[in-house]
Ligand binder design. Sequence first.
Ligand code: F0G
Length: 453
Amino acid sequence: MRSYKAKMVEPIRLPSREEREAALDAAGYNAFNLDAADVFVDLLTDSGTGTMSAEQWAALMRGDEAYAGSDSFGRLCESVADVMGFEHVVPTHQGRGAENVLYGVLVDEGDVVPNNAHFDTTRAHVANQGAEPVDCTLPAARDPDSSDPFKGDFDVDAGWELVEEVGAESIPVVVLTITNNSVAGQPVSVENTREVAAFAEEIDATFVVDACRFAENAYFVRERESEFAGWTVADIVREQLSYADAVTMSGKKDAIVNIGGFAAMRDDDVFEAAKQRAILYEGFPTYGGLAGRDVEAMAVGLREAVEPPYVEERVEQVAELGRLLVEAGVPVYEPTGGHAVYVDAERVLPHVPKDRYPGQALVCALYREGGVRGVELGGFAFPGTDRPDLVRLALPRRTYSREHLEHVAETAGRVRESAEEYRGLEIVEEPEMAELRHFSARLRPVPASHAAD
Ligand code: F0G
């Protein structure tokens, strides 16, 4: 049962099968090229696509649009201090703006930056500084069936191996991403957070938490880490983030806004340097590329994220989608993560070889069969890696109802039953930068005559 009701509605429509097939063709079999109006249930991302509360809409009207010293910035600082425990805040237009500001200050050419797993934009910003991003992911994370409660953790042994290899002086920053988006939205324990903090301290590195989904992570900690049974989500958030020297935050996730982000830190010098860089790339450091009203809505959303029963309902809705999919015979990555269910495309379309992009073929099949949009996060999105071909179905916050989830599960079940119809895809056009190809490449179904190649 949801503890809220709808106050505003946005119509959605399931186009006919012929329309969906034509739309797919026109989109070059790339779901990023579909018009949103042609999508029935849009699970492309949970980023900026959620539903704001009445309080957040009211906050928009209170927004102070002063260029400098806006009241809304003051309220954001109070929320960040209360919810996350940081005194210094640099607002930015979204999460990657915070990465640019912070890593521009902390990371130099030739450095190496370990992370439990870099999200694409984090990886790109580290690389943009001329540094090397390295993933220290747990071996269990590669197993979609292992029931390890914290598959998102940072592999500290791998961190020490990296120190041996490149030397502690090359590692200025250690990053921990909670929850771990690149590992099926899996959580990170507080115990692991303490270990990573100790590791960073020992090698004299700044410990940064990529905190986009901090509230979802805290909910998992309460459910799965015995030390925290009976704690409030708000107290767990404060405890987990107390070990970090700085955070980067995309407000589009756990601050439940459509746009916004910030970096927050403890060190005065880092704060001063970050503000200078923010002026260059984002805007004056009391608005950071945002309208005052957006800053105000983010200040309210941050507090809502840790107020019960919000996050419990949120994570349980994702788990419910996972259960419905399993009941429909669709193999998913277990356990389900905080913001999304990751479908194992290699098992839904086992006859489609990896170089025919089974993940992307499944994305197209879900749209063709039921107007559902997900995103491939496997061999198509990450060329040259050995990532498993997973399709992420990310739930926007407070947006869809049980009937929508049932539709998604029925759609995926039908795709599984008609799997033989899908032969995979081949790329016909792709951008120069391979890392960005899944946003704009064009593909086509493998012709029947090529099927056995
Ligand atoms: N870090 C993580 C872990 C993220 O998931 C994202 C965004 C960012 C940083 C960057 O934040 O989009 O506000 O600039 N993830 C979105 C997604 C885009 O679909 O998972 P941003």
